[in-house]
Design a protein around this ligand. Structure first.
Ligand code: MLT
Length: 421
């Protein structure tokens, strides 16, 4: 028998057939016992992924990377320590960390020949479009990445991508505001270098602010992996074809682009602007959400796997409070966000549906206060998620006999039909 956990309980189902550790169960038995069809439970696409990287318990609101609780990592680690942990399975010791960070420093520069790629795209381009194109283009410079089973090539291209993605993202930002690209300053740490690349100009130096740097470091840690979400399962699926690491991560960036995934915090900020511009007030907006008027949606609330508070959201909210206090920011959109949070948290409509603020509700608020334009929110998510993508791609490809992925389909169409006479 197979023991399956689903929202509402756990039950055992007879296995009909089993090959190489994979079994199937009778869907009508599953539906009878659980009230779910395979599709609305959604297990058909994800049940086959085995991983040792990230653990989530959506009912209890638990998230762990390689066994370490997210709360401890967010408090004690740097983003690059967490990246090392996700990729290698262990936290680095001092010399491993020194080597890893030095390697990343040495690979931040982009080939000058890549820069015209940015010029070829319109200034109005969304930075995520620019980023996915630029990451795919890296494979043309690093053809050793085409051999996905050469451990040395995997190692060096992992480092290259960790080093270069923040630079590419910052260049996408600079391009969108018509400013010259800065060169990385490798005397700075990973996060400060990234902030400098975004906010320094050749006329004005960037003054690091420790509160902002630590807040961004924590946000990157909190986004570093999240099990088989849409972009990660995309990276694994593309990687399972033995496509190189750049092509696979570029596909992951495209999956992350959408407003239901990485674009969600951008959608939250757009929703807050609409509430402000309409002048209707938060109470009226909440009523419209509850009455499902005009298809209006409360963005940034609820999560597919968390049936209680998203553990990341609690930590992000702390960072939001610290950043806003340190900058002394008074932004009407932030006031609307806080009012909306209170309305929703105290309203039985949202409580009964377990619609708590998720991580996307607060991140946009912090990024906005830091000075990032709304369109940069998703690239920031991509930088955070990169270690998870790399770890999952490597796990998928570590065994040269691993199989090409193929999500299971439940056929719901017509039975055999005769071609019209
Ligand atoms: C994520 O972090 O990827 C999002 O919360 C979405 C998900 O996990 O499905």
């Amino acid at each position: 028998v197979a023991s399956l956990t689903f929202p509402g309980g756990t039950a055992e189902f007879p296995i009909l057939q089993s090959t190489e550790g994979r079994g199937s169960i009778d869907l009508s038995t599953f539906t009878k016992q659980t009230g779910y069809t395979g599709l609305d439970y959604g297990f058909v696409n994800t049940a086959s992924t085995r991983s040792e990287i990230t653990y989530i318990d959506g009912d209890e609101g638990i998230l762990r990377y390689r066994g370490y609780p997210i709360e401890q990592l967010a408090e004690k680690s740097t983003f690059l320590e967490v990246a090392y942990l996700l990729i290698n399975g262990e936290l680095p010791n001092e010399s491993e960390y020194g080597q890893f960070t030095n390697d990343i420093r040495r690979h931040t520069l982009l080939r000058e020949g890549l820069k015209p790629l940015f010029q070829a795209l319109p200034d109005s381009a969304h930075p995520m479009s620019v980023l996915s194109s630029a990451v795919a283009a890296l494979a043309t410079y690093y053809e050793d990445s085409l051999d996905v089973h050469d451990p040395e090539a995997v190692e060096i291209n992992t480092i290259r991508l960790l080093a270069k993605l923040p630079v590419l993202a910052a260049y996408a930002h600079k391009k969108s505001i018509g400013q010259a690209f800065m060169y990385p300053d490798n005397s700075l740490g990973f996060v400060d270098n990234f902030l400098m690349l975004n906010f320094a100009t050749y006329a004005e130096e960037y003054e690091p602010n420790p509160v902002l740097s630590r807040a961004l470091e924590r946000l990157l840690i909190l986004h570093a992996d999240h099990e088989q979400n849409a972009s990660t399962s995309t990276v694994r699926l593309v990687g399972s074809t033995e496509a190189n690491i750049y092509a696979s991560v570029s596909a992951g960036i495209s999956a992350l682009y959408g407003p239901l995934h990485g674009g969600a915090n951008e959608a939250v900020l757009n929703m807050l602007s609409e509430i402000k511009e309409s002048g209707e007030g938060v109470g009226r907006f909440v009523e419209r959400v509850k009455n499902k008027e005009d298809g209006v949606k409360l963005m940034g609330f609820g999560h597919r796997v968390y049936k209680s508070y998203d553990p990341r959201a609690k930590l992000v909210k702390e960072s939001a409070d610290e950043v806003l206090a340190s900058l002394g920011v008074h932004d009407p959109l932030l006031e609307i966000a806080m009012e909306l949070e209170q309305h929703a948290l105290n309203d039985s409509y949202f409580q009964d549906r377990r619609l708590y603020p998720n991580v996307d509700f607060y991140t946009g608020i912090i990024y906005k206060a830091m000075g990032f334009p709304t369109r940069m929110f998703t690239p920031l998510f991509a930088i955070g998620r990169l270690p998870g993508w790399l770890a999952q791609w490597r796990e998928q490809n570590q065994d040269s006999k691993s199989k090409i992925g193929r999500p299971q389909q439940l056929y719901l169409g017509a039975t055999e039909r005769d071609y019209p006479a």
